[in-house]
Write a protein that binds this ligand. Structure first.
Ligand code: GLN
Length: 512
């Protein structure tokens, strides 16, 4: 199919699936992008494509800055805001010939697990569970995931702070990859929690995700947290030396099965997909090893102290004076809503973001600091140490050696989420809203890798009884919940191995 036809098809799907609310700003028919796709077609004819992404439509989560389209973060404090610059990732995509396919819906500032906390209304999953009731698309990059699942774009960018790319991928049957912290530039990506934020990639196949990753995985001096060129080359030469370079090529993998991930709350399809994945890898000659990550059970609580603490500090700038949309009215009128800051912030932020600001401000306050923030930082170190103790590869960022467990492994395999997507109605239900803990628990398997900065991918694994492939064909893009997201986690810098294992699982077919 020509690139132009492919792009036209995405555009038609954006119209056909508008009800899913995946886009805040969809692509317009007008504009120079059609010419750019035509040019890419010509380059493809003459075998001079700029990259595998030349002429492809890539959707961008709406917390990533674009010069030509507004960036709202799904928030009232960024009403009608258009950035004066493009994020580095957007520039990189365009330099590779890709076209921004619009800006996708999300939980406000990336805070949420179901893409329901958006000023533009919730995202709906295109999948159904046999009923008409819409399901959660996962969050916070739910718009990007649904856009990918329904072929409204070729691939999409999301952000993943505690699971926001992996969870929507699991719920929509797509592939979602969170690279090692610091590999992809965050310059021009609106901050949620700086020590955790990463740009992630969603696609229908791991190979596409890899193509996008290769375009974005470069040093950017404008992002001070971006990995330096010297560290990059140190890590790649470490991994290119035997015995590490032999993994998969001339020796099978040692696969870790984290025992703490075997919660009694796992639903039947999730457990089934996990067992199938392990059986499949074993059949391919890889060996399975139960391992223990004892601090896992504390990771979620630590995350929900640290992320809101960083968020409360990051969001302080939206005061309507230096930054952000200003609420109407005089600056110093009497009364609780009369003061400019209070009014701007009270009207502009949604309920979940306000909750995070309150939580974060509390845990950073002098009285609570030692009991919450400091403790959570300690837990974070323990989570990192747990991972370093079980990986056979050293953490290239760790300054001192660490004692390894007797059994070490190359990658870990576990579920991405404890269950399949819940109904949107159950999440939007007023009584349920009062317990945000329900949504927080969804992130139990994704936050450990985030706290440790490790690469992790969620791939769809089939759970249907008959022989079936987890890949999405164009004919059956949205009518089943036959796959469950399975997560592969690797050591820092081992991104390519994580992608390779994702590919093995994605291509698995199961005959029982
Ligand atoms: N659900 C998590 C949160 O609300 C993760 C969000 C994310 O990764 N952006 O913080």
């Amino acid at each position: 199919m020509s690139l132009l036809r492919e792009a036209e098809k995405c555009l038609a799907n954006q119209k056909a699936y508008a009800g899913l609310n995946a886009f805040i700003t969809p692509l317009q028919r007008s504009g120079s992008w059609l010419d750019r796709v035509r040019d890419a077609d010509a380059r493809r004819e003459s075998r001079s494509s700029k990259s595998p992404l030349d002429g492809r439509l890539i959707a961008v989560k709406d917390n990533i800055c674009t010069r030509t389209l507004p960036t709202t973060c799904a928030s009232g404090v960024l009403d009608k805001f258009t950035s004066p610059f493009d994020a580095t990732v957007v520039n990189a995509l365009e330099d590779a010939g890709a076209v921004v396919a619009g800006k996708t819906n999300l939980d406000e500032f990336g805070m949420g697990s179901h893409s329901i906390h958006s000023r533009f209304g919730p995202v709906r999953n295109s999948r159904q569970d046999g009923d008409e009731a819409p399901l959660s698309a996962g969050g916070s990059s739910g718009g990007s995931a649904v856009a990918v699942a329904t072929e409204q774009c070729y691939a999409a960018l999301g952000t993943d702070t505690g699971g926001s790319v992996r969870l929507p991928a699991a719920y929509t049957g797509t592939v979602g990859f969170k690279p090692s912290y610091g590999l992809i530039s965050r310059w021009g990506v609106v901050a949620y929690a700086n020590s955790l934020d990463t740009v992630g990639i969603l696609g229908r196949k791991t190979s596409v995700v890899r193509d996008v990753f290769n375009v974005l995985n470069h040093h950017d001096h404008r992002d001070p947290t971006n990995l330096s060129p010297s560290s990059r080359s140190r890590i790649s030469s470490y991994l290119a030396t035997p015995p590490l370079s032999d993994r998969l090529t001339s020796r099978p993998l040692r696969i870790g099965v984290p025992l703490e991930y075997n919660l009694s709350e796992l639903t039947e399809p999730v457990r089934r997909a996990w067992l199938r994945s392990l059986a499949h890898l074993e059949k391919q000659g890889h060996t399975l090893h139960p391992i223990s990550l004892p601090t896992t059970k504390l990771a979620l609580s630590a995350y929900y102290v640290l992320a809101p603490a960083e968020a409360s500090s990051n969001l302080a700038k939206y005061d309507g004076v230096r930054y952000g949309t200003r609420a109407e009215g005089p600056d110093s009128e009497e009364g609780p809503n009369g003061y400019l800051y209070a009014k701007t912030r009270g009207e502009g932020f949604g309920a979940e973001v306000k909750r995070r600001i309150l939580l974060g401000s509390f845990s950073l306050s002098a009285d609570a600091m030692d009991n919450y923030f400091i403790q959570a930082q300690r837990v974070r170190r323990l989570v990192q140490a747990d991972f370093d103790a079980i990986f056979s590869t050293e953490n290239p960022l760790r300054a001192s050696a660490i004692e390894r467990q007797e059994t070490t492994v190359d990658v870990l395999i576990g579920p991405t989420a404890p269950s399949t997507p819940p109904r949107l109605s159950s999440l939007l239900d007023a009584s349920n809203q009062s317990s945000p803990l329900n949504a927080y628990v969804t992130d139990v398997f994704t936050v450990p890798a985030s706290l440790a900065g490790l690469p992790a991918i969620s791939v769809p694994v089939s759970v249907s009884d008959s022989t079936s492939s987890s890949q999405h064909g164009s004919e059956n893009e949205s009518s089943d919940t036959d796959t469950v997201g399975i997560q592969v986690i690797g050591q820092y810098g081992d991104d390519e191995l994580v992608l390779k294992v994702g590919e093995i699982l994605e291509h698995a077919t199961f005959v029982e």
